[in-house]
Design a protein around this ligand. Structure first.
Ligand code: ARG
Length: 480
């Protein structure tokens, strides 16, 4: 150490390991202890939030007369310098200083001496880290929301373009009833809309500020927690200091809403994998979003979709890891909580990448209405339409109609034809009261056009639903 001030003030580097809390320690930690204890390898991700939190705390301490104006000015200037060093990659992070909080504080003392050593008055790393991670999570939620909005926009555009294109609707992956592709895509718009809703809920609920809870019990200093909460964009300070430092609900909520989102992405990814196969042939991925095989020249593999599908495991795994880490923790802070960050960071990165890949893949994808329509016509998908006709026209009880149509389907299977290709006579052998009008409801277009109930698959419904979805999800003034 060359700087005079940093010799005098514990916390500056050069004083052996963990100088900040090392007052009563004579020996430093073992190498292994240092390795298991340190979080700087990942919590440097929180640097911007940590510095913002320190600035707010410093301004509050000065306004409350707990530190002098001069000290506050020196601290703020020092923090500004540190921020620049970190942003430009020049900051030398030190593992022996454990975490982002002590790396910042130690450098601050190096830069401004005694004033820097006053910053930690009336706070603790316990309230600091909770504050930092909440702010980080808030920003991550905004990022996911924006990403999902972009994905919804692409899906709505595709839904509009394919509002009238018929495809098979499946249950049990067996042909069930014809639907429109636009309707199918809008189902995902709803799912991602709920994901955005969950993100908004999480953001609202987390927005209480832990700073000033100090280690766990509050502080004897006359601090102003409303001031720091407001400065950091929180709605209010956390009401209970024990809860403030031990609450990781927001991280669990982030991971759980992330897990649900990942499952939604994975289900769409799975459809893309199926649809892009030769057996389905419903979709063609662009060159930009498919890969070739090193041995089979004909291959176009949907790797991005497969990876999105697989990455779901990381997010669910992260949720599990955190739930398990927290489940046996007594109040208040426990070092176990340091394990909260990596799953949250990893989930965010995984989800952001998956959303971006899904958005690009869907934007570029070309659907194949011909094969979809042909597939929809297979499997006697209009059997329900026929049963409904019997109910409506002949006032037949539905259960009876179901049986009658069962007989007609069997006949069609024996003759290896679609329902609408059976003759009226054939049908009448199964149900004598059938008239030729029945042919008005058979066929995939008649089928989808008839499904005009609210939320149904008819092309006109889909066009309206897409317009509504634009308003509900894409309006820039939309409240989160
Ligand atoms: N690095 C720690 C974490 O991430 C910060 C809080 C440490 N507090 C403590 N009392 N050791 O949780």
């Amino acid at each position: 150490m060359t700087d005079e001030s940093s010799k005098k003030w514990p916390g500056s580097s050069g004083m052996g390991s963990s100088a900040i809390w090392g007052g009563r320690f004579s020996g430093g930690p073992s190498e292994i202890m240092e390795e298991i204890n340190a979080s700087i390898g990942f919590d440097k991700e929180l640097y911007a939030q940590d510095i913002a939190g320190s600035k707010a705390h410093c301004a509050m301490l000065a306004r409350q007369g707990i530190i002098t104006k001069e000290d506050a000015e020196a601290i703020l200037q020092g923090l500004g310098t540190i921020l620049k060093e970190m942003e430009s990659g020049k900051f030398a992070f030190k593992r022996e200083l454990e975490d982002i909080h002590m790396n910042v504080e130690s450098r601050l003392v190096e830069l401004v001496g005694e004033a820097g050593a006053r910053l930690h008055t009336a706070r603790s790393r316990n309230d600091q880290v909770a504050t930092d991670l909440k702010m980080w999570t808030r920003q991550a939620l905004d990022g996911l929301d924006q990403g999902l909005r972009g994905l919804q926009e692409v899906l709505i555009e595709k839904a509009e373009a394919h509002a009238g294109d018929v495809m098979p609707g499946f249950t049990h992956l067996q042909t069930a009833q014809p639907v429109t592709l636009g309707h199918h895509l809008l189902a995902y718009v709803e799912m991602f809309g709920r994901d955005r809703g969950r993100a908004a809920d999480c953001g609202r609920r987390l927005n209480e500020c832990p700073l000033g809870a100090a280690a766990l019990a509050g502080t004897s200093f006359d601090i102003d927690r409303d001031m720091t909460a407001a400065a950091l964009g929180f709605d209010r300070p956390c009401a209970n200091s024990l809860d403030a430092v031990s609450d990781r609900d927001f991280a669990m909520e982030f991971l759980s809403l992330g897990a649900v989102l990942a499952v939604h992405l994975s289900r769409l990814a799975e459809e893309i994998v199926l649809w892009s196969s030769d057996q389905f042939g419903f979709i063609r991925l662009s060159d930009a979003y498919s890969t070739g095989s090193s041995i089979m020249p004909q291959k176009r593999n949907p790797d991005a979709a497969e990876l999105i599908r697989a990455k779901t495991g990381r997010v669910i795994g992260g949720l599990n890891a955190l739930l398990i880490a927290l489940k046996g923790l007594p109040l208040a802070y426990g070092k176990d909580m340091q394990e909260d960050k990596e799953p949250v960071f990893d989930a965010n990165q995984t989800l952001a990448l998956s959303i971006a890949a899904m958005t690009g893949m869907m934007r570029d994808a070309e659907f194949a209405p011909g094969p979809m329509r042909a597939a929809a016509a297979k499997g006697r998908a209009c059997a329900t339409d026929l049963a409904d006709w019997l109910v409506k026209t002949l006032a037949m009880p539905f259960r009876q109609a179901h049986h009658a149509v069962g007989r007609i389907v069997k006949l069609a299977e024996e003759k290896d034809v679609d329902l609408e290709d059976l003759s009226l006579k054939d049908m009448q052998t199964a149900e004598p009261a059938i008239t030729k009008d029945v042919f008005n409801v058979l066929g995939v277009d008649n089928s989808v056009n008839s499904r005009v109930s609210f939320g149904g698959t008819a092309p006109e419904n889909v066009r309206q639903a897409a317009a509504q979805a634009r308003k509900r999800f894409l309006d820039p003034a939309r409240k989160r």
